[in-house]
Design a protein. Structure first.
Length: 82
């Protein structure tokens, strides 16, 4: 984990060293932004396909668990999706 540099350490650095640290921080920021955007896209895909999955579950299992005595576990599957 990165430990912030002390003010005295930064004051002792040359401009070139400070610029190098700044460029590294800029790069890390860009990488973090790309990662977050990718995660957001992945999450959006999950929520887009979620209704399709729920529809398939209801087709494959009975609509009322009282009919089968709860053997189909439809309610348990719906809880997992919420």
């Amino acid at each position: 984990m990165y430990k912030p540099l002390a003010d005295s350490t930064l004051m002792a650095m040359t401009k070139k060293e400070i610029i190098e640290h700044l460029r590294i921080a800029e790069h890390n920021h860009k990488v973090a932004e790309k990662t977050i955007n990718q995660q957001a896209q992945n999450l959006a895909k999950h929520f887009i396909y979620r209704p399709v999955l729920e529809a398939r579950i209801e087709e494959e299992f009975c609509e009322d668990c009282s009919k089968c005595g709860g053997h189909c576990r439809l309610d348990d599957l719906k809880k997992l999706l919420t």
